[in-house]
Design a protein around this ligand. Structure first.
Ligand SMILES: [Mn+2]
Length: 384
């Protein structure tokens, strides 16, 4: 008898997607489409457990359309007796009393999923055939300081035939871990577990730590350009008491994201033309493109750069395009000097002093009066 597990994390359902303007609803649907693939795969392949390692929702207050969609999908899984277990991550854990509860607890109250709501390890025991499977879950604790390890000093029983740990933290030694945030140290990865599953790092990766297989399934859609070269998907595992017998990574149809580095020159004709020619070679109506414009041009040549006409050109040729001109610099004879630090009152004083020096003697009282009055008005508005 073996146990089948579908492992996923970081689905980030219902992102705000504001940068996509009128296409934000379509972009939100991308995240649902990737989750649909998991649900359909599960309904077809019937895992015993469907594990979700946090950041299932992108925020603590997902919109009603997404909640209704999720409720329906979880119900479909429940009706086929697929056990869905979740922990919450950075995005879907409440950070204050005011925020109250995670949106995951709504689904847990319907009885369709099991939510490990606690930020310390708690467990749930299952029996599949003659195998007992113990799953220990631990949601994120947003209150820990960067030097606190949530598993330090924890005694974890591994008395099931198959023992699985599910959580949402960076783990030392994995790609994307940088140490300056709350994380699980290598030495805290418990012994005697057949699987340690985690969410948080969006790149799919795995390793053996202290003899325990540690897996990040990664995100199911791209949440930023940091993920542009990564394959997105979920893990399909077959396990027994000896460990993982088979593992497969199944891709999800994440929308492609690409960065185009466009180097413009002073010789090549209009900047708009140069960039448009490069865009023409990378067309793809499904793509999210970031254009990095690099180069040093004269002020005169810079006037041939028309971002608005490039945006119009891209309209039906890409899903979305954003421009980053931080690397586009102007050739100047001498560097521009920055203005001295000043305040509104100092500037006003300077202006009136200059005025006083030039007006006729009999006009001076009027200027003095105006100066005093203006300063008083500014102070009333709280300006200093
Ligand atoms: Mn995430």
């Amino acid at each position: 008898m073996t146990v089948h597990i579908l492992l996923t994390a970081d689905n980030h359902l219902d992102p705000s997607a504001v940068q996509y303007g009128p296409r934000r609803f379509e972009r939100k649907r991308d995240f649902q489409h990737s989750f649909d693939v998991l649900v359909n795969f599960a309904l077809e392949n019937r895992p015993d457990l469907f594990l979700i390692g946090g950041d299932f929702y992108d925020g603590i207050l997902p919109g009603n359309p997404t909640r209704a969609y999720v409720a329906e999908q979880l119900k479909r899984l429940h009706e086929k007796e697929i056990k869905v277990l979740l922990v919450s991550g950075h995005h879907d854990t409440p950070r204050s009393v005011e925020q109250g509860v995670s949106p995951l607890s709504v689904h847990s109250k319907s009885g369709h999923v099991y939510f490990f709501q606690e930020a310390h390890p708690t467990h749930k025991l299952f029996h599949f055939g003659n195998e007992s499977v113990k799953v220990i879950g631990m949601s994120l604790n947003p209150g820990l300081s960067p030097d606190q390890d949530p598993l330090a000093g924890q005694k974890l029983e591994h008395d099931g035939d198959v023992n699985i740990f599910l959580t949402h933290y960076p783990i030392e030694g994995f790609d994307g871990y940088f140490g300056q945030e709350t994380h699980i140290s290598k030495s805290s990865i418990p012994l005697g577990f057949q699987l340690f599953a985690a969410g948080h790092l969006h790149r799919h990766q795995k390793n053996i730590v202290n003899g325990t297989p540690v897996i990040y399934p990664g995100s199911t859609e791209r949440t930023s350009f940091n993920e542009e070269g990564e394959e997105k998907g979920f893990c399909w595992l077959e396990m027994d008491k000896k460990g993982i017998l088979n593992q497969e990574f199944h891709p999800t149809p994440a929308r492609p994201m690409e960065t185009l580095v466009s180097r413009v020159t002073g010789e090549g004709g209009s900047l708009t033309r140069q960039i448009q020619d490069e865009l023409g070679r990378r067309l793809g109506p499904e793509k999210i493109l970031r254009v990095r414009v690099l180069g040093k041009v004269s002020l005169e040549h810079l006037s041939t750069y028309k971002r608005s006409s490039l945006i119009t050109y891209c309209q039906d040729r890409f899903f979305h395009v954003e421009f980053d001109e931080d690397g586009l610099n102007i050739l100047t004879m001498e560097p521009l000097e920055s203005l001295p630090r000043t305040s509104p009152v100092e500037e006003l004083d300077r202006t009136f002093k200059n005025l006083l020096a030039t007006v006729k003697e009999d006009e001076r009282p009027i200027v003095q009066e105006a100066w005093k009055g203006t300063i008083a008005r500014l102070r009333e508005e709280g300006v200093s």
